[in-house]
Design a protein around this ligand. Sequence first.
Ligand code: AHR
Length: 561
Amino acid sequence: MGMLPKNSKRAAAIAAIAAFLVEPNAMPAWAQTAPPTVVLTVQADKPGAVINRDIFGQFAEHLGQGIYGGVWVGKNSKIPNVRGIRSDVTAALRALKVPVVRWPGGCFADEYHWRSGVGPANKRATTVNTNWANSIEPNTFGTDEFMDFAGQIGAEAYISVNVGSGTVEEAADWLEYMTADAPATGAKERAANGHKAPYRVKYLGLGNESWGCGGPFTADEYVTRMKPFAHFVHNQNPEQAPPKIDFAAIAKDLMSGKPMDSLPRNPKGMMRVAVGPNSLDASYTDAVMKAWKERSPIYWDIEGLSFHHYTYGTSPFNELATGFGEQQYATVLKQTLGMEDLIAKHSAIMDKYDPRKSVALVIDEWGLWLKPMDGTEPLHLRQQTSLRDGIAAALNINIFARHADRVRMTNIAQMVNVLQAMIMTEGDKMVLTPTYQVYRMYVPFQDAQFLPISLGAGEYRFGAISLPSIDAIAARGRDGKVWLALTNLDPNKAADVTANAPGVSARAAIGEVLTADAVDTVNTFGAPNAVSPRPFNASASGGALVLHLPPHSLTVVHLEP
Ligand code: AHR
């Protein structure tokens, strides 16, 4: 304290907090009223893994209004659309630079037969969506409509094939329909349906939740069932298809004792994602990775292992989406941060079989699963999404970024009108949720290079629940700038963060801040901007760049020289 000006309240607060970090009981009561000050140092000279832009992926299932009403309104709708796909939704999604969309499910995928959804609209099958409230599935949104939608928003396709109730032949034919070039029969059929050029398929999901709605299979049963899908289903798009395999060279490598891992990979032209763990249960992680380790990669392989984990609060379908108190706020954020341990646990098992991290952990379903909105069909999973949920999304993204060497794609559940959605629609109305705003603010982190930070995160405590008050990540964006994303979890206290980046000239921090008066604030059709980002600007003074973070907020800035 001796070196600080005696009359400076902020300096005194800094000294108190510094003392508190060393000896927690040293924090005097008065200091708790001043904004806590924490120091964040960016290690710009120690870059980590690239934060794959596919970490910001989306998921669109035939469930409730996820597709019908949310994406598809039909060509004759009064709602402005391009070939049946609503234009307000595609415009909003383009601003997110959505890298990839997973479709058609979810549980729906393992009962989906693609032939029901191609060809003239009036000839398509009508089916029943047995997973989701027995809704009638008109199949008017099928493969060509999905690919059109993906093209309109500039996203890659992640197709989940039916491993549960479908056949390998059906899946192989579907890929031929989507990706083959003439003269293959599938290519001709696609051309007859209006699309001559092959589509791109970047990811192939080998079933969905095969331990549950997509099975149920034991882990070993799944491995046996999955292998032929991984082997016989090919992406034939000439842009993506792999070169012909040089068997002579491979044989030579094997004879000379080269490890399996060094053999040519991705021979199917797309990333195949096998079903993996359900939250804590690691049986699939172990069985699939063990089989992978023992595989002969020229015959079958996978490039990703799926992981599903939802945050339910007290219990699925029951956690309040609005009108909740601080207890519920703290509980949900505490559970959210549990994602860190889950990733660490499954990554450790993967490391055992795959120390080079060749197989990605693909978190292709995650998010908050809350109480459905009153008056809606519970199995349509239509819930409100509040500022708290946006903060939870930011915390998850930060965790994924810290594990970017293994986590190379995630798909939040789900994109429109379902669970922790980006967008809600009703008739011709559309509203962007706080989670949408978070995704938009994080766009500069797509394909950015992770930069480690050190941070005295402080503590936010509610009853027995203890959380860090600040959570943050840093990255060097594709624009060359150093970007920071800082979350203040404390719902009651602002925080001052002193940002340092040795070797980087930072005279200002410029960006946006997302907050609202209350943590359960939602955007509604009547009040669409209740939670929307405001400009944020901080300038260095006296050599210190201090960012003032409001309570319960997300701030995303770049450092300005
Ligand atoms: O996202 C909703 C459902 O949750 C998916 O269909 C299923 O895979 C998961 O259980």
